[in-house]
Write a new protein. Structure first.
Length: 237
């Protein structure tokens, strides 16, 4: 499915979580990424990770968040090794590794069920300037596209026998120019196309209204309650 699907695997509208109000999804993300920071207890980290996976399964996404482990294998290993060396505690090192897995899984799930347009609409709801909301939406939409562009350029250069992974550090940096320059050209062309499309639709000419009618559904209330319950449990314990 490409790198784009791997980083932002949009499932919005195809799952129960996709129907949730975007503000509640942001609240859930903040809740489940802040919970691991409350304590270094391995039990707490595992419980929060289980909560993320339960959210994903009951929300109709399955175990999709665990796919983030593919990209975080090396960082997780480094964090575990460094903490093990510095603290001499396997439990603490494991706790830090699980903490990273939990926070990454929560972020992965959020982007899996949230369309970039929802983020822009949410920013508009809180009276953010339209230009800022548009910039945020474009960033979320095109970052994975740019990564796919880089991947395609690198594959094209390799097919021509060009290698950027040979030589010393300075030589490798110099050899990146045949990859970065075409990528920069694509970025400029795409930004011009977006600017022309936005201008042709009269962006900034007057007061804007939201096309989607976001409402608090049953799923939204359930996710809100699920976001609060862990904090209540932590405070009571």
């Amino acid at each position: 499915m490409g790198l784009t699907s791997g980083i932002f695997p949009i499932a919005a509208g195809r799952s129960k979580l996709g129907e949730v109000h975007p503000a509640i999804k942001v609240f859930w993300l903040v809740s489940f990424t802040a919970l691991p920071l409350v304590s270094t207890s391995l039990i707490l980290q595992l419980c929060v990770l289980a909560g993320v996976l339960v959210t994903s399964v009951l929300g109709g996404v399955g175990l999709t968040p665990l796919r983030s482990l593919k990209a975080l294998g090396i960082p997780i290993g480094l964090i575990f090794a460094l903490n093990l060396v510095l603290t001499r505690s396997v439990g603490f090192a494991a706790s830090m590794g699980v903490r990273l897995i939990t926070m990454a899984s929560a972020a992965y799930l959020f982007f899996a069920v949230t369309d970039p347009m929802e983020i822009a609409d949410l920013l508009t709801m809180i009276k953010t300037p339209p230009g800022v909301a548009l910039a945020a939406m474009v960033a979320f939409r095109f970052i994975p596209v740019m990564i796919d562009d880089l991947k395609g350029i690198m594959a094209a250069q390799r097919s021509r026998g060009y290698r950027s992974d040979v030589g010393g550090v300075l030589e490798r940096i110099r050899r990146l120019s045949p990859i970065l320059i075409p990528a920069l050209v694509l970025v400029v062309r795409r930004s011009q196309s977006v600017a022309e499309a936005v201008e042709s639709r009269g962006f900034g000419s007057g007061k804007r209204t939201l096309y989607p009618d976001y409402r608090m559904t049953r799923s939204s209330y359930l996710l809100l309650l699920w976001s609060i319950l862990p904090w209540a449990a932590v405070l009571l314990i």
